[in-house]
Design a protein around this ligand. Structure first.
Ligand SMILES: NC(=O)c1ccc[n+]([C@@H]2O[C@H](COP(=O)([O-])OP(=O)(O)OC[C@H]3O[C@@H](n4cnc5c(N)ncnc54)[C@H](OP(=O)(O)O)[C@@H]3O)[C@@H](O)[C@H]2O)c1
Length: 263
């Protein structure tokens, strides 16, 4: 009886979050949330593409760590401000791994973290390119492949700033993430006939280099504004992405999930 119960329990836990052998591309996987997603998926047996732009050392360190632990991964470099990279990144991932099952559009950031009255057009354009244009065009390439190969999943990493419109210094970022959520809805509707499931994960305040890069100073105040009174950690977001990518997420599409400590 004890043996049967154990087998029964293992069976359920085994397949619910199973991504073994799935081919998963994570953009912006050199640091922060993306690196954590890549590592978590690799530890669950997925073949992982670690995309990076400038953080070559961090991407290589992650690659070595995954391989040392028996996982399978490769690195792919591309600047997502350069639109010629969008098709290449998917082609190169498919060429390396023989297909693509899951795309996690995670790369993102803010150009020009400054009061909106002083915002320049270049910062607006680059922020939209990184957070909305690039994920759309990369998803479009993945979508075409998935449509011909029994479907797949696309998960876009958005932000609670899409809900609030961002702060006075990040209004353009909030708008770009709102555009990404609209892309999620559009692609999800286009994907239903082709078994392509598309969702957004809206992250709240997560303790990563993101905030250092933009020169944010009010970190303690930002944490106080979070109902759970702590900063998120990358794993908080990665767990939701794993849930959606695994069989647990097989009946979910066109949704926006907020993982933000109650924000
Ligand atoms: N941290 C938060 O509080 C928070 C909250 C809400 C949403 N998010 C979202 O979560 C995602 C991950 O952010 P994070 O906090 O993990 O920040 P992060 O540590 O700064 O990571 C950002 C990643 O995006 C890549 N990236 C940035 N600019 C790029 C470009 N031009 N071309 C290609 N890749 C580029 C970076 O690559 P390189 O370093 O290799 O250049 C890095 O891998 C982003 O979409 C962000 O908007 C974060």
């Amino acid at each position: 009886m004890f043996f049967l119960k154990t087998v029964y329990l293992i069976k359920w836990s085994d397949f619910l979050f199973d991504v073994k052998g799935k081919k998963v591309l994570v953009t912006g996987a050199s640091t922060g949330i993306g690196a954590c997603i890549a590592e978590l998926f690799a530890s669950y047996g997925a073949d992982v593409g670690i995309h990076y732009n400038k953080s070559e050392k961090e991407a290589n360190d992650l690659l070595q760590k995954i391989k040392l632990n028996g996982g399978n991964a490769e690195i792919i470099q591309a600047d997502l401000l350069d639109s010629s990279s969008y098709k290449n990144i998917i082609d190169s991932f498919i060429c390396t791994f023989g297909g693509i099952d899951v795309l996690v559009n995670n790369a993102g950031g803010i150009y020009g973290f400054k009061h909106f009255i002083d915002l320049d057009e270049i910062s607006w354009d680059e922020t939209f390119t990184l957070n909305a244009k690039a994920p759309f065009f990369i998803a479009k390439e993945a979508f075409s492949y998935m449509a011909e190969h029994n479907g797949g999943k696309i998960i876009n990493i958005s932000s609670v700033s899409a809900k609030y419109g961002g702060s006075e210094n990040s209004m353009h970022y909030g708008a770009s993430k709102a555009a990404l959520d609209a892309i999620t809805n559009g692609l999800a509707r286009a994907g239903v006939e082709r078994n392509i499931l598309v969702n957004s994960v809206r992250a709240g305040f997560v303790d990563t280099l993101f905030h250092k890069k933009i020169g944010r100073k009010n970190i303690d105040e930002r944490i106080k504004m979070t109902p759970l009174k702590r900063a998120g950690v990358p794993k908080d977001i990665a767990k939701m992405v794993l849930f959606l990518a695994s069989e647990a997420g097989d009946y979910i599409t066109g949704e926006v999930f907020t993982v933000a400590g109650g924000d």
